[in-house]
Design a protein around this ligand. Sequence first.
Ligand code: GAP
Length: 535
Amino acid sequence: MDMEKLVSLCKRRGFLFQSSDIYGGLQGFWDYGPLGVELKRNVKNAWWRDMVTSHDESTQPANGPSPFEMTGLDCTIIMHPQVWKCSGHYDLFHDFMVDCRESRKRYRHDQLQGRWAAYNGQRIFVATESGGEEGCENATRRALKYFHLRTKQQDRLEWDGDLQPLTAIADLTAVLGPDATEPGTLTEPREFNLMFKTIVGALGGEEDTVFLRPETAQGIFVNFKNVVDSTRLRIPFGIAQIGKSFRNEITPRNFTFRSREFEQMEIEFFCHPDSSHAWYQYWRDRRMRWYTDLGLAGDRLQLREHDRDELSHYSTGTADIEYAFPFLPDGEFGELEGIAHRGDFDLRSHMEGKLDEKSQPLEVELDEEGNPKHRGSGKDLTYRDEASGERYIPHVIEPSAGADRATLAFLCEAYSEDEAPDDKGKMQSRTVLKLHPRLAPIKAAVFPLVKKDGMPEKARELYRSLKKSWNVFYDEKGAVGRRYRRQDEAGTPYCITVDGESLTNDTVTIRDRDTLKQWRVPIAQCGSELHDRLQ
Ligand code: GAP
């Protein structure tokens, strides 16, 4: 699939716009237009409904150790600064960046790769932002340009090894930056904290500095005790939250994939330490199924378990659900969601003070004077099992998804081009978004075949009655074939047409977006027909 075509469809049909477009845009920020807002809301609603409101706490789930409960929360974006000190984000949530003195561009150190090229006694490392074949082509083009060689003189270049990460290169003086014309323009890597800062209150001193949350998860941990004390929830249970997160990404890119403002859909699932690994496996598989049920099937979706040496020692597993986004080189996948076994790290850090992730067993990190580096709340966040009397700190399984990345993956998967007959029966190419009906922004469009003979009146009546239950669209302008095409591009699964026959026998035709099949149903049954098909 050609990403440029999707990006242009998204703008043309009102799915996504660059934020502050009329002022030239702001990098890493995106606005959802009239169709986009419905699509993203449907993604979030499907997640909330499937994970929280329709969860059956009375039945043991297939492959889950026991029945469990689910509930929700909605926390503030700005929280007490101590939250981020104890979570580790204050000290550890950073990327390394390198700046180019020539092009004035900034790159994430770990995202640059390159190849050693030599010609006429000079050896340079040609850095590029892309990997795979694209990265090699880019490196070749730029090496030829640098050494003033023509394409047909390619074989005069000597390559030493394949693409390798820039992080493996200790001395940057021979590195030709991705947008530079001379080597040696990249600065040494510097740390860059990804949290956005702001000031609370009118005085505005350093002590009033707060942060926009970089994840929704911490709001759940710091409310764990409130939830236990105010409900009858008993472990195991999960708390879900959907909300905005902010990260001052060094290189926002790939449409909404890496944005600076985005939405997360996170669950913190609290369980007994002994069953935590079984719960980890349950959530990993359950979350994978959620994506496949909504249409992300096939070899473009994968579940990747992290290797043991990638895991923190307190964790018994982390898996990423990944999608082969079309903007990535062939064979590369981008993260949609991470499912992590977090042990008791977060609750203990908020209780005792920030733990040292590298200590084993986990211990509070101390400053030079031997005091906790970042003090915890001192509140008791342990849990007492009423039946057994056992008191313990629950372990946590965290399925953490991005609403924007999921929306983008559903759009990429849905985009297709095929052929459909026009009004005269001649085959024409069409662009169609084959979105799952639950996600489609508009569920059905209602058309009068022509704008006369009482058809518009009958169609409007049907439209008004369906609108009470779904987002439906009425259109009477232009040839009916063109109206179908517009709905195909918007991903509308059904088009309902009032025609001459409707006036005599009160039936309409329903057209299926994907199969293009049409069938007649009595107008009175349109609601139940849609109800059955929009699940
Ligand atoms: N609480 C765990 C956590 O935040 P993460 O892997 O940093 O983990 C979880 O983020 C999910 O949030 C990612 O899998 C991705 O879907 C989404 N996400 C993270 N950074 C993002 C960004 N800059 N733009 C869009 N989505 C992002």
